[in-house]
Design a protein around this ligand. Structure first.
Ligand code: NAD
Ligand code: WQD
Length: 353
């Protein structure tokens, strides 16, 4: 049996792009096994596999093993580890809507923390001790200094239960690594993932009205939404709108491949957080202008009051990623907007039809 990578949440946005990137590599030696409960990904009625994975199989000519299970289902996870020779896990599965997490904190702690603990326990039972974790710049809370490096304090002033689940999971994995030298955990702290696969066949397909900036802009462009509300015009930034470190999802996916390669280095052990961003911040109004330039569409927009919990500016120090992973983002903001537009214009209703 070839070695496998288990990808939890692999039918979702970042997971599907990472699966595609792994399978597209000429030197890929892994089978890909995905577990996803489909709570935030789409599968059409008559199909066994989610649409994103079906399209990746079509693009790459590979077969993806798919299990429609929840990561809290210990028996189901056990069966997956019995059926495949799992070498390492990339753990994307989580609930991620910041606003919803304020309304439903218990659901978020249950899914994200209990889910992660169940996964770690089952991994340990099967002697699998290599994990790449999807963390977030949200663990830094309100930045005390910029750019944010991995030495910046975490856990203070996090504005949502969602953000705290990411912080608590990091702490749990840190303790686990301290207790047992066999564990290797790389916690990738994503800044703002945007964009889509260059083919336009897979991309971000949020349920309902998008919370995040780029899917909102692209749905305005395609006519599904009428205008963008720019949350805040009075931040201490060049144009008054909020500044973020947007990173192309394909660059992010490459970062996961590099993390898996780091597991091969026998000197690497323990818990290691690593930022994945570009190191450069762009404002909301700059992103609107970039999208207009890349798509040729006008984006009607209006500046309104600030959104609760938002910070003015954040961007990453990415030197550790370069040092440890030999990784750096190569795609520009125009690439991000062009690929988002290709996906959205060719799939105006996302994966449905
Ligand atoms: P997503 O919602 O598109 O993907 C998550 C996938 O996990 C979905 O397909 C969902 O159905 C599945 N899932 C959720 N709970 C599950 C459970 N209990 N059992 C099995 N499957 C489950 O989200 P994404 O944007 O791809 O994010 C992936 C990961 O990256 C998440 O952990 C998220 O917190 C983290 N992250 C995302 C961003 C971002 O802006 N997209 C930024 C930082 C960190
Ligand atoms: C970006 C900018 C908004 C929507 C969130 C999570 C964070 C991480 C990434 C997971 C901000 C502005 C947005 C809109 C707007 N996710 N905006 N109008 O808030 O930086 O981060 O996603 O870990 O934890 O909090 O991303 O895309 O929501 O916002 O003006 O309709 O766009 O105010 O300045 P954010 P975002």
């Amino acid at each position: 049996m070839p070695p496998s990578i288990l990808v939890t949440g692999g039918a979702g946005y970042v997971g599907s792009h990472t699966v595609a990137t792994l399978l597209e590599r000429d030197d890929n030696r892994y089978d890909i096994v995905v577990v996803d409960n489909l709570s935030n990904s789409y599968r059409s009625e008559n199909e066994k596999k989610p649409e994103a994975l079906r399209r990746i199989e079509d693009m790459t000519g590979s077969t993806i093993h798919f299990y429609a299970n929840d990561i809290r289902d210990r028996a189901a996870l056990n069966r997956i580890f019995e059926n495949h020779e799992i070498e390492c896990v990339i753990h994307f599965a989580a609930l991620k809507a910041v606003g919803e997490s304020v309304e439903k904190p218990l659901e978020y702690y249950q899914a994200n923390i209990t889910g992660t603990c169940t996964l770690l326990e089952v991994m340990r039972e099967h002697g699998v001790t290599q994990l790449v974790y999807s963390s977030s710049c949200t663990v830094y809370g309100e930045p005390q200094k910029l750019p944010l490096d991995e030495g910046h304090p975490t856990g203070q002033g996090i504005s949502s239960p969602y953000g705290r689940t990411k912080y608590f999971c990091e702490e749990i994995m840190k303790d686990l690594c301290a207790s047992d030298q066999n564990w290797k955990v790389i916690s990738l702290r994503y800044f703002n993932p945007v964009g889509a696969h260059g083919s336009g066949r897979i991309g971000e397909d949020p349920y309902g009205i998008p919370n995040n900036l780029m899917p909102f802009i692209s749905q305005v462009a395609v006519g599904r939404l009428s205008e963008l509300l720019v949350f805040g015009g009075d931040y201490p930034t060049a144009d008054g709108s909020g500044v973020r470190d947007y990173i192309h999802v394909q660059d992010l996916a490459d970062g996961h491949v590099r993390a898996i390669q780091l597991f091969q280095d026998p000197r690497f052990v323990g818990f290691q957080p690593i930022n994945l961003g570009t190191g450069t911040g762009y404002s909301v109004l700059q992103m609107v202008a970039a999208f207009e330039a890349a798509s040729g569409c006008k984006i009607p927009h209006r500046v309104v009051g600030r959104r609760a919990g938002d910070i003015a500016t954040n961007y990453a120090d990415v030197s550790l990623a370069r040092q440890l992973l030999g990784w750096g983002a190569s795609r520009t903001v125009i690439d991000m907007c062009r690929d988002t537009w290709k996906w959205q214009s060719e799939n105006p209703n996302g994966y449905k039809n």
